[in-house]
Ligand binder design. Structure first.
Ligand code: SF4
Ligand code: SF4
Length: 443
């Protein structure tokens, strides 16, 4: 794939096509998630579209070549697909072990300092266990219950993680349910004794680190203003030595207007033998220029990864891995996330919310202890692509209507998308689609 050129986009009803320079044109059917290479003739017949818009375009009836007829009949073809959100099969719970943090990241979405505006030392384990039992009851045997331990910095209290994790594992085993755990940490507190405490639940660990020390120390200083990178790298190295005792290990970097160089971070991350890397754009960042620059830089990092190791390396970038799996399964997504459906969040006071980032808004509590006001969650029963008015967007069954918290941060309304979000999402998904077609051709 030629990465020197900008991607052009064309559209006929539910089919979009992408092309870079003189390279091949790849078409994507947004209703059945199939991808095909199309001829330049057909490409030329398709109306020119725009990444910033979601309007439905159509090949005019005067253009009746055999190929455009084929495209029109492909356009009507729709495979049966299902929503990703099935609360009785899978439930995700996020849990703030603490609302304190030893770092002070400049872009922190948890109230700017890990406290969500309410510093609480540690969640009550006693109150948490019945909450887990109550939520797990909703799953059918064979289902899956996931807990993500968040903070503040969750590894300030590893014993609380262990107690909650072991209880959940036992209860899940008794009910024929699979339990999985994830910890999101800044890694600065990781040492062998902390690893001894958390290894019995074999969690997936995501280490938040924004790149080489000169970037990370600027973005993620300690609370006292000192650098944090040395401790984070030391923690990461301790973890890598015992990697076989844990689930997949991820590195996660956040970008904003002060920092958009994904390529540089990708290159820095190469020295660490982790399973995945996640590069995300700050949910509160409005800068159009930073958004474009991040998008372009992520595309370049993907090109570097693909050149290095084809699909395997490309899929070490989490975004590509998620969508390659989805294209393989041809599962139509109707919800970007399970917020309020198959996902709930606990703050450190055991109050329940629909989303981990909503914990900052005390008026958004939907439950406390083992009582949930399901009526408050009723409006979220509809698919997000409908609630967020994404019906005419070709990317809707991959994107699923986008992150409501992101939308609200940028537009003031959780169901109103900001143009920067859709621009970035559509551009990055077009890359996924083109790489996907290319790799499947190699098989
Ligand atoms: S949020 Fe996602 S699905 Fe909705 S219009 Fe934007 S890119 Fe499309
Ligand atoms: S709305 Fe956004 S932040 Fe909240 S759970 Fe969904 S994806 Fe995550």
């Amino acid at each position: 794939m030629n990465h020197e050129h900008n991607t052009e986009i064309r559209r006929h009803r539910h089919v979009v096509a992408f092309k870079k320079g003189l390279g091949p044109a790849y078409a994507y059917h947004s209703k059945n998630l199939q991808v095909a290479e199309i001829s330049d003739d057909l490409w030329n017949q398709m109306p020119v579209a725009d990444f910033s818009k979601a309007e439905e375009l159509e090949i005019s009836d005067s253009q009746i070549s055999q190929e455009s007829q084929d495209l029109k009949s492909w356009s009507q073809f729709e495979t049966p697909v299902e929503s990703l959100v099935k609360p009785e099969n899978k439930f995700n719970l996020t849990l703030n072990i603490t609302q304190l943090c030893n770092l002070h990241c400049h872009y922190c979405a948890a109230g700017g300092d890990g406290t969500y505006g309410d510093p609480v030392r540690q969640i009550s384990v006693e109150k948490t266990l019945p909450q887990i039992a109550m939520l797990m009851k909703r799953l059918k045997p064979g289902g899956q219950f996931n807990i993500t331990f968040l903070g503040g910095e969750p590894l300030m209290y590893p014993l609380a993680i262990q107690a909650i994790g072991l209880f959940t594992k036992k209860l899940a085993a008794e009910n024929n349910i699979k339990a999985e755990f994830q910890i999101i940490t800044n890694a600065t507190l990781i040492n062998d004794s902390v690893l001894d405490v958390i290894s019995p639940i074999r969690p997936t660990i995501t280490v938040s680190i924004d790149g080489p020390p000169e970037i990370n120390d600027r973005q993620r200083p300690q609370k006292n203003g000192l650098k944090s990178s040395d401790q984070a790298i030391q923690g990461l190295q301790s973890l890598l030595k015992r990697k076989d005792q844990f689930g997949p290990l991820l590195l996660h970097a956040v970008f904003n207007k002060n920092h958009t160089d994904v390529e540089k971070v990708w290159e820095y991350f190469q020295q660490f033998p982790v399973d995945k890397m996640e590069f995300t754009f700050d949910v509160t960042e409005k800068s159009e220029e930073a958004n474009r620059s991040f998008t372009e830089s992520l595309k370049k990092a993907a090109a570097l990864a693909f050149a290095k190791g084809q699909e395997k390396e490309l899929r070490r970038i989490q975004f590509f891995d998620i969508y390659f799996s989805q294209l393989d399964s041809q599962t139509r997504r109707e919800n970007h996330c399970g917020s309020g459906k198959s996902l709930l969040s606990l703050d450190s006071r055991n109050q329940i919310y629909q989303c981990p980032l909503e914990v900052s808004f005390k008026t958004r509590v939907v439950g406390i202890d083992d009582q949930i006001n399901w009526g408050l969650l009723k409006p979220l029963e509809k698919p997000l692509i409908e609630l967020n008015n994404c019906q005419s967007c070709w990317a809707k069954h991959l994107c699923g209507g986008g992150c409501m918290f992101n939308h609200e941060s940028l537009t003031g309304d959780k169901h109103t998308k900001h143009p920067t979000y859709c621009f970035r999402t559509r551009h990055l998904l077009s890359e996924v689609i083109m790489y996907y077609k290319q790799t499947r051709e190699l098989e």
